[in-house]
Design a protein around this ligand. Structure first.
Ligand code: G6P
Length: 619
C-alpha cells in the first residue's frame, strides 16, 4: 500500500524523504514522488514511475532538490493507472510536465488511503472551475482543501477540518500550504501515520522504520485528528480545531532490527528470528502460571462461542486456533474472512467473544469487521503486532505479539507469534472453564516454552530444503494436503509458496481429494502432505499414497518417529515431537524455508512479491 513521509527541520529534506521512502518500500508501490520547499519559495515536485531507484537517480539521491521542508510518497495504484501524472504529490492548481517541476499551487499534498466519494466532490469542484489532470482521488482531496481554504479565507487546520467532514473513506494526508513555509499539515482517518520529533526536526511517516534512523520519540496521531508540524514540534487538533494535548512515546526497538542483519533477504532474517520473537511473545504474556490476555477468568467462563476474524495469514492462524480452542477449551469457534464478514449479516449470539487477528493492526477489512462487531455490542479481543495501530486502539482488549518490525511482505515470524498467542488464549480459556486443571495447564505451558528451541533445531535442516527447492524451479502446480489442524498448516504453507515463488499452489483437506481434486494429479505433480496429528496420520498417508499411484511426487512433513513414511514418499522433513496442539508452529518452518528457497532459485523478488502489499489498508 502507499507510504507517506514528511520532514521539516534544518537539514536538506529530499535525502531524508528518500531514505524514509526506502524504508517503506516493503509496503508495495508502483511509482514515487517528493515535493520540497526552500523557505517561502514554491514547492518543487519530482515524480518517477517504477522503482524508487528511478526517483533517487532523477534527483541525484535528493541532493539536487534544495529546501528543508518536504513530503514524499510511494504509490500503490488504486484510482488511476500507475503513471507519472497519477503519482503523488498532487497539487491544487493545474499541472504541467506530468506534475513535475516548480508548482505555483496553494496546496501540495500526498495521501495514503481511498476517498470513496471523490466522484461526487470532483463534480462539485468542476462546477467551481477546477480542472483535473489526474485520475486520482487524491487530487480531488487536495483541490477540496484549496477550495475551502480560499472560499472561507480560513487557516490550514480549518480547511483540513472542513475537508475531513466532507470526504468519506480512509486517509493519511500530509500537505504543505504556499502561505505557510516550513510547515506541514497532516490529517488521519483509518490509515496509519506516526509523527517523530527531535531537536529542531519533525518527521512523519506511515510506519516506524521510516523515521527510526532519526528519532525514537513519536506521537501517535488518532483517528479524525489533524496535526501542524513545524521544526522540532508537532501540535494536534480535533475536528473543531481545538488543540489536543499528546504525550510523546518512545520506540524501544532498534533501527538495526528493521534492517537485514546480514541475511540476503528480510524474509530469511525474519524466519531465523522466530526462536527469539516466539520467546519474547511467550514471556510477555506468561508470568509464572499467569497468562495475561486481558480477560478475567469470569469473563472467559462466560463465553459460549468464539468468532475469529482476520485476513491472509492471520486468517490461517485463526483456522489453527479454531481446532485448538474447540478441542482444548470445548468452545465452538467460527473463523471468518474479514472481507466477507463485514458485508454479511451473520447473527452473533449473546455470550460471544470476537477475536480479531492482525499483524499490522491496519488491515482495512479487519478494521471494518471489528467496528461492525463492536456496533453489535460484542466484546472484542485483538491480537496485534504494531503498537498503537488502529485495531489495537479500537478493540476492547488487546494482546500484543512481540514479533518486532516485519518487513518482508510474506509474513513468517508474526504469523508464528500470532499462533503461540492463540495457544495461550486457548489454554487460559480451557483453564477458566475447568477443562484442564493447574497441573495440566502447567504442563501445556512447559510444552509451549519448548517451541522456540524446537524451531531453532528445524532451521538446521535448511540446506536439505534448499536442495529440494532447487528441483522445483519448473514446477507448475503444488498441492498441500492435510487433515484437521494439519489442514490449517497446509493453508499457510501453500500461501507462502504461491505468493513469493508464483508457482500455483492449493491447500486441500486431504479427505476432499476424492471429491474432485484428484483428477488434477498427473505424472510428477508435487503433493506435500502435512502429518503431525497422530490420530490422522494413517488417513492422510493413505490419501498421499492414492495421489502417488496416479503419478504424484510426494514430500511429507511429519514428526520424528514416523519413519515408515519413507517407504511411500520421496522426501521427508521431520519435526521434533511436541504437543499436538502446537505443531503448526514447527511444521510451518520447513514450508516457509521451501517457499523461500524456491522463490530464490527462480530469481524472484522475495521480499517484495509482485502486486502484493504488506499492509492492505484499502478494501
Ligand atoms: C497482507 C500481508 C499478509 C497478511 C495479511 C493480513 O496480505 O501480505 O502477510 O497476513 O495482509 O494482514 P494483517 O496485518 O491484518 O495481519
Amino acid at each position: 500500500m502507499c507510504g507517506i513521509v514528511g520532514f521539516t527541520g534544518h537539514h536538506q529534506a529530499a535525502p531524508i524523504l528518500l531514505d524514509g521512502l526506502r524504508k517503506l518500500e516493503y509496503r508495495g508501490y508502483d511509482s514515487a514522488g517528493i515535493a520540497v520547499r526552500n523557505g517561502s519559495e514554491s514547492a518543487e515536485v519530482v515524480k518517477a514511475i517504477g522503482k524508487l531507484a528511478n526517483l533517487i537517480e532523477k534527483t541525484n539521491d535528493g541532493r539536487d532538490l534544495v529546501g528543508n521542508c518536504g513530503i514524499g510518497h510511494t504509490r500503490w495504484a488504486t484510482h488511476g493507472e500507475p503513471t507519472k501524472i497519477n503519482a503523488h504529490p498532487h497539487v491544487s492548481g493545474n499541472c504541467k510536465n506530468s506534475g513535475s517541476g516548480v508548482v505555483e499551487s496553494n496546496v501540495v499534498g500526498v495521501h495514503n488511503g481511498i476517498i470513496e466519494n471523490y466522484q461526487e466532490i470532483k463534480a462539485k469542484l468542476l462546477s467551481h472551475g477546477y480542472v483535473f489532470y489526474s485520475g486520482t482521488d487524491t487530487e480531488v482531496a487536495i483541490k477540496l482543501i484549496d477550495y475551502y481554504y480560499k472560499k472561507y479565507g480560513i487557516g490550514p487546520i480549518d480547511a483540513l477540518a472542513r475537508t475531513m467532514v466532507r470526504i468519506r473513506g480512509s486517509y493519511a494526508l500530509a500537505v504543505m500550504f504556499k502561505d505557510y513555509p516550513g510547515e506541514i499539515y497532516v490529517a488521519r482517518k483509518d490509515s496509519p501515520m506516526i509523527i517523530g520529533v527531535k531537536d529542531g526536526e519533525t518527521f512523519l511517516a506511515s510506519d516506524v522504520p521510516a523515521i527510526l534512523n532519526h528519532t525514537r520519540s513519536v506521537y501517535y496521531i488518532g483517528n479524525l485528528e489533524m496535526g501542524r508540524l513545524i521544526p522540532g514540534e508537532a501540535h494536534f487538533y480535533d475536528l473543531n480545531g481545538e488543540e489536543i494535548p499528546k504525550e510523546i512515546s518512545e520506540i524501544t526497538y532498534s533501527a538495526e532490527a528493521a534492517e537485514k542483519g546480514g541475511f540476503q533477504h528480510f524474509m530469511m532474517k525474519e524466519i531465523h528470528e522466530q526462536p527469539k520473537v516466539l520467546k519474547d511473545t511467550i514471556h510477555s504474556i506468561v508470568d509464572g502460571e499467569k497468562i495475561n490476555i486481558c480477560l478475567s477468568p469470569d469473563e472467559l467462563k462466560s463465553f459460549e462461542q468464539i468468532f475469529i476474524v482476520a485476513c491472509g495469514s492471520a486468517y490461517h492462524c485463526g483456522v489453527t486456533a479454531q481446532y485448538v480452542i474447540e478441542d482444548m477449551a470445548g468452545l465452538p469457534v467460527r473463523v471468518e474472512l474479514a472481507s466477507e464478514f463485514r458485508y454479511r449479516n451473520l447473527p452473533i449470539p449473546k455470550g460471544s467473544l470476537c477475536i480479531v487477528i492482525s499483524q499490522s493492526g491496519e488491515t482495512a477489512d479487519s478494521l471494518a469487521a471489528l467496528r461492525k462487531i463492536k456496533e453489535e455490542g460484542v466484546p472484542t479481543l485483538a491480537v496485534v503486532n504494531v503498537v498503537g495501530s488502529s485495531i489495537a486502539r479500537e478493540a476492547d482488549n488487546v494482546v500484543y505479539i512481540k514479533a518486532g518490525p516485519e518487513i518482508s511482505v510474506a509474513t513468517t515470524k508474526a504469523y508464528n507469534c500470532q499462533l503461540v498467542t492463540l495457544y495461550l488464549i486457548a489454554i487460559e480459556m480451557a483453564f477458566a472453564r475447568g477443562r484442564i486443571d493447574s497441573a495440566e495447564k502447567e504442563a501445556l505451558l512447559s510444552d509451549i516454552e519448548t517451541i522456540p528451541e524446537k524451531v531453532d533445531s528445524i532451521l538446521e535442516q535448511q540446506e536439505r530444503l534448499q536442495w529440494f527447492a532447487s528441483k522445483l524451479i519448473n514446477a507448475k502446480d503444488i498441492f498441500f494436503i492435510g487433515r484437521g489442524l494439519d489442514y490449517s498448516i497446509c493453508l499457510e504453507g501453500s500461501l507462502k509458496m504461491k505468493e513469493i515463488s508464483y508457482i500455483h499452489s492449493e491447500a486441500y483437506a486431504a479427505g476432499e481429494l476424492k471429491h474432485g481434486t484428484i483428477s488434477l494429479i498427473e505424472d510428477g505433480r508435487l503433493v506435500i502432505g502435512v502429518l503431525t496429528q497422530p490420530e490422522l496420520y494413517e488417513k492422510t498417508l493413505s490419501n498421499m499414497v492414492e495421489a502417488k499411484s496416479r503419478g504424484a511426487y510426494l514430500m511429507a512433513v511429519t514428526n520424528y518417529g514416523n519413519y515408515n513414511i519413507e517407504d511411500s514418499t520421496d522426501f521427508v522433513v521431520y519435526i521434533p515431537k511436541c504437543n499436538k496442539y502446537f505443531s503448526a508452529s514447527l511444521a510451518i518452518i520447513p514450508l516457509q524455508l521451501l517457499a523461500y528457497y524456491t522463490a530464490v532459485s527462480r530469481g524472484e523478488d522475495v521480499d517484495k512479491p509482485r502486486n502484493l502489499a504488506k499492509s492492505v489498508t484499502v478494501e
